[in-house]
Design a protein. Sequence first.
Length: 166
Amino acid sequence: MRHGDKIKNLGRTASHRKALLTNLAIELIQHKRIVTTLTKAKSLRTWIEPLITKAKDNSTHSRRVVFSYLQNKEAVAELFGAVAEKVASRPGGYTRILKLGIRTGDNAEKAMIELVDFNEIYGKGKGEAAAPAKKTRRAGGAKKKAEAGTEEAAAPAETTEEKSAE
């Protein structure tokens, strides 16, 4: 029985599973999207999202913690550089999984996992920073309408005075 066993073993030993997820995480960081099986993508999401959260705090300790998971200097530099800069305002949910159908050879369900902020189709576009949500005040709209109404009332009065003077 698997009571309380929440980890997907992926048919591998613990060391093989750790190596697999490390390699998938490195490739995802470098290429921003990868195609793999759906189960591996779901496992990778739980593996990499805490690392991206740690990358938002650019300290020596967090770099060492992330390096202990990835063991790749280039991936750590990319994660703390470009990736952390893009996800700085995002509170979570850094990855997106899109199902792609089945693989013809073994009927495995394929999926594409990607970093959300690096997709130009769904996102705001390349180079644009995510703007914070606009805060509106309901009382401000009525005030603007009242000011606009007084300006409109004053403008026709001036034009009638000018016409009568001519």
